[in-house]
Design a protein around this ligand. Structure first.
Ligand code: ADP
Ligand code: MG
Length: 728
């Protein structure tokens, strides 16, 4: 090891040791900038605190007087920490978060100044909704949109602003955001799962979904990133030849984190800690300059808010460290892209993880109930789940040759597969005492608490059971987790309701004992949902063929994948569970298609700019140097020049060929875009962008990457992969 490298590593270790010391102190800083229960205890009367807690627990209304008191308390606390403004913080369908800051500062009629923040301002605001996508909801109803306080997610101070998490709804009550449907889905799964959990424990009165996300991202030197129009405008490199070295040596994964990155991470973790985001792990990812950050899991709504807040903080902290953080799912061709695993489970208010195998047969029957119902739910709505993670940028991962595939399947591991196979053999109706004993002792009773092959195995599965939770692996790194979480919790709620109905019928009409009834229904579910279980290699072409036989959907592009949103089956599901009305679902389909079109359109325009303003001029510039050289050789050598210029002529020729082709393809792409832009039907337009425009991108890229290889390094106008990915 060279001395310099050794020094760098030991310095990095020193820094991480300091970070560990700081971690000791981190607990003291945790959530200092969050108006959580501790703060409320300090600032609110007992009645007001109870009122807020009830609202968070059961959705009860907070009266105006209490709201005034809470607002006053929040204001006092926020001002004591230097806040000057407040904002309703919400999640419009753009996928990001939005905020409009108002100052606490106000003037009274007599001209006196004061800091004002009242219950009315806390509970509801009316931001200008017209600039946010609504999928036509506002056109058909009323233009106004309201943000309304979500007391289940605590207010926090970010910079000098008090941020109040809110839902965003139209005048007529339709959700215009990602949070409102999520809250409804979480409510539905709470009701359904509580009813089922009470078969096993009467003390359960609430179940909440838990989410632990793992966020992958790239860190790129800011000035290099800013020198690339594609990274600035589209978030990914639209052209760029692979560097001589990529990720083949696997030397980045879990390696020593580069110093600059460590310093960024420390700063980031500090900010997260203050804001109550319990980040816990950080490490290098597979690709060069790719990293991951993950927190301890939390209640799903809070975890979603925290992930959105994290992405925002990351961009700001990165800027301070002269980095640009890339959340795009596939910022670089030829090396791994970024995802955001969503670890999900259900937890009772008695402190039990319903997806954790236990130490007794009864606990395991409860575990199996929730485990098998989740499998059944995903089997019934695999296509809908796939739609929830679809986006133009995630198509590069899901639909392409990168993990995980666009086909939904579930990995359960060998031990649990065996258990499911045995349960499938249970006889119908009443069980003999021997059979019951056998079942309890040797099947259910034998499930180990620690499932050895489930921890981190089978990275190719898009939906894997990992010991005590399911992990959705196809979520895009940029995607708002609210989308997959809404669908997953809705389909599980729907499934658990169905299960409860069936079990109750067997108990009441067939006079079966409770556990017999549970076994009977579960057995049928195991049989019915077999096709979704797959423990093999999800990347293999054999699986694609097999999945087609099993009639599992395999949508490689967003326009295809999102169609299912408005199928009769989906609309009925959302209506039955009261998660979304037909108008809300249709609006979402429209927004998904529109976003897809806009993002692809931007890429098309950037290609145009890159080709005409950067690539063609650079290639011509270099070609002219060659031509000048050849002309010079001719002058010197006369007829004998070709002996020396022959090879040069071949480079000139290659450049010309690529120039002709890249111009042609770019012009054809522009023509195709013009045609698509005249289309009125959103669906047709999205498919045109997908099938008629996007294919040109690859062709243009091909010629650009060839030219990059031919052209002199210092005239090539775009920072290269070598520079973007390997400069620390
Ligand atoms: P690994 O998968 O790397 O072995 P863990 O199993 O501890 O690590 O967890 C990975 C992620 O899963 C973490 O983000 C963690 O917070 C989350 N997680 C763990 N348990 C749960 C749970 N019950 N519900 C939701 N997320 C969870
Ligand atoms: Mg994981």
């Amino acid at each position: 090891m060279s001395e310099i490298r050794f020094k760098a590593i030991s310095e990095a270790l020193n820094i991480s040791n300091r970070a560990i010391e700081e971690k000791g102190r981190r607990s003291a800083l945790f959530a200092t900038h969050v108006f959580n229960e501790d703060r409320m205890l300090q600032y609110l009367t007992r009645d007001a605190l109870k009122s807020v807690k009830d609202a968070a627990q059961s959705g009860s209304k907070i009266n105006r007087k209490t709201a005034d008191q809470v607002a006053e308390a929040m204001k006092a606390w926020a001002i004591s920490l230097g806040a000057t403004h407040y904002t309703h913080w919400f999640q419009p369908l753009t996928g990001a978060t939005a905020e409009k800051h108002d100052a606490f500062f106000d003037l009274l009629s007599d001209g006196k100044a004061l800091e004002k923040f009242e219950g009315g301002q806390l509970v509801q605001q009316e931001p200008d909704a017209s600039s946010f996508p609504s999928g036509g909801i506002r056109n058909t109803f009323e233009a106004r949109g309201y943000t309304a306080w979500d007391p289940t997610s605590p207010a926090f101070i970010y910079g000098t602003t008090l941020c109040i998490p809110t839902v965003f709804v139209s005048y007529t009550g339709e959700a215009l955001d990602n949070k409102a449907p999520l809250l409804r889905a979480l409510h539905a799964v709470d009701a359904a799962a509580t009813a089922v959990a009470r078969y096993f424990d009467k003390n359960v009165s609430k179940v909440h979904a838990t989410l632990g996300w793992e966020q992958e991202y790239f860190l790129i030197d800011k000035s290099l990133a800013n020198a690339r129009p594609d990274l600035v405008l589209a978030g990914r490199t639209l052209v760029g030849h692979a560097a001589a070295k990529g990720q083949q040596l696997d030397d980045h994964y879990f390696g020593v984190i580069p110093l600059r990155a460590i310093s960024f991470m420390q700063d980031l973790e500090l900010e997260c800690t203050r804001l109550g985001i319990p980040v816990k792990t950080r490490h290098n990812e597979v690709a060069p300059n790719q990293f991951e950050i993950a927190p301890v899991f939390e209640e799903a709504n809070l975890a979603v808010d925290h992930n959105l807040l994290l992405m925002d903080i990351m961009e700001k902290v990165a800027d301070r460290h002269h980095f640009k953080v890339l959340f795009h799912e596939k910022p670089f061709a030829g090396i791994n892209g970024s995802g955001k695993h969503n670890n999900w489970s259900l937890a009772t208010d008695t402190g039990v993880n319903l997806l954790s195998p236990g130490s007794t047969p009864m606990k395991n029957l409860q575990f199996l109930t929730f485990f098998i119902n989740t499998i059944k739910a995903v089997d019934g709505y695999e296509e809908l789940l796939r739609s929830s993670i679809a986006s133009a940028s995630n198509d590069h991962r899901l639909g392409a040759n990168e993990a995980p595939p666009a086909i939904m399947s579930i990995f359960v591991g060998q031990q649990l597969s065996d258990v499911l196979d045995e349960l499938e053999g249970v006889s119908q109706g009443k069980l003999s005492p021997e059979e019951k004993t056998e079942l309890k002792l040797n099947v259910v009773g034998k499930i180990p608490e620690i499932l050895l092959d489930n921890t981190d195995r089978n990275r190719t599965s898009p939906f894997a059971f990992t010991g005590n939770k399911f992990e959705i692996r196809g979520v895009g790194s940029r995607t708002n987790c609210a989308k997959p979480m809404t669908v997953l919790n809705t389909i599980v709620a729907n499934q658990l309701r169905e299960f409860k109905k069936e079990v109750d019928t067997l108990i009441n009409q067939k006079k079966l004992k409770k556990d017999e009834a549970v076994f009977n229904v579960l057995r049928e579910y195991i049989k019915a949902s077999k096709r979704i279980r797959f423990d093999g290699d999800g990347y293999s072409p054999e699986w694609e063929a097999e999945a087609a036989k099993r009639k599992l959907s395999n949508h490689k592009s967003t326009p295809e994948a999102v169609q299912v949103l408005t199928s009769k089956k989906s609309l009925e599901l959302f209506a039955r569970t009261e998660v979304m009305s037909e108008a809300e679902v249709k609006a979402r389909l429209e927004v998904e298609l529109d976003t897809y079109i806009l993002q692809t359109q931007i890429e098309g325009r950037v290609y145009n700019e890159l080709v005409y303003n950067h690539i063609i001029p650079a290639a011509i510039g270099y070609q002219n140097i060659l031509i000048e050289n050849v002309t010079g050789l001719k002058e010197i050598y006369g007829a004998a020049y070709s002996k020396y210029a022959g090879e040069l002529l071949s480079i000139i020729e290659q450049i010309s060929e690529h120039l002709v082709d890249i111009k042609k393809k770019t012009d054809q792409m522009t023509e195709a875009r013009k045609r698509a832009n005249t289309m009125q039907d959103l669906n047709k337009k999205a498919f045109a962008y997908c099938n008629e425009i996007r294919p040109f991108f690859d062709a243009i890229r091909y010629h650009s990457d060839k030219l990059e290889q031919l052209v002199q390094n210092d005239v090539w106008p775009l920072a290269k992969y070598r520079e973007l990915l390997f400069i620390k």
